[in-house]
Design a protein around this ligand. Structure first.
Ligand SMILES: [Zn+2]
Length: 215
């Protein structure tokens, strides 16, 4: 599936959802205590599977109900060892440490900067309200309330995204996608293309709303 993520990066670049070094994606299989994440600062449209960073998840039980989590960078490939993980690692780690409804599956977390989603938030639209006029969107994609403009690659960005997505201690997530004002979106699903489609669906509706000039 790392190859498939690279394909989604090429397509995201082609659609102007990211510039060369933007965007990040992670993937975890339910039976592994590690996940893969795109590295920082590489050109995403030419990215190769051996450039991913492998991140170990270390879980320590504090008591019966509470656990502490740490991450560790694991060996993967020679080329990967020279790279750093995406600066949005806290965002991805929080969503990958427990898999909630994907506990028997795969979880993909995808962060891009799609033009019309970001433009709609800039124009003052809360993406979660768009569903009121476009019910087709909500059949397949649950949109969370916008996160306000928080600094990129910060713990604050991670925390606010986790909160608005309805992330619980067991990793259950209530929404499929969340927008971050002045920045981009984060989507979650069981495959790279499924996560991509949440962004595509929301981007399409945002383009319609902005083209209508009625907002
Ligand atoms: Zn970003």
């Amino acid at each position: 599936m790392l190859e498939t993520i690279c394909e989604t990066l090429v397509e995201a670049y082609r659609r102007n959802w990211i510039t060369s070094r933007d965007g990040n994606v992670s993937i975890r299989h339910h039976d592994r205590d590690h996940f893969y994440i795109t590295p920082s600062g590489v050109r995403k449209q030419t990215m190769q599977p051996d450039q991913f960073k492998k991140i170990g998840i270390v879980k320590q039980a504090v008591n019966r109900n509470v656990s502490m989590y740490n991450h560790t960078i694991l060996d993967y490939t020679d080329i990967s060892s020279k790279l750093k993980p995406s600066g949005e690692l806290p965002l991805h780690f929080g969503l990958q440490k427990e898999m909630g409804q994907h506990r028997n599956d795969v979880r993909v977390v995808m962060h891009f900067h799609p033009t019309y989603c970001v433009a709609a938030m800039h124009a003052g639209i809360d993406l979660s309200t768009i569903v009121n006029d476009f019910p087709e969107l909500s059949r397949y994609t649950k949109v969370a309330k916008n996160v306000p403009d928080v600094p990129p690659i910060s713990q604050e960005l991670a925390d606010r995204c986790h909160e608005n997505l309805g992330l619980t201690n067991d990793g259950t997530i209530s929404y499929d996608i969340v927008g971050i004002k002045g920045h981009g979106v984060v989507s979650i699903d069981t495959s790279p293309w499924r996560a991509f489609e949440h962004i595509e669906r929301l981007e399409h509706i945002c383009k319609i709303v902005l083209s209508s000039r009625k907002f």
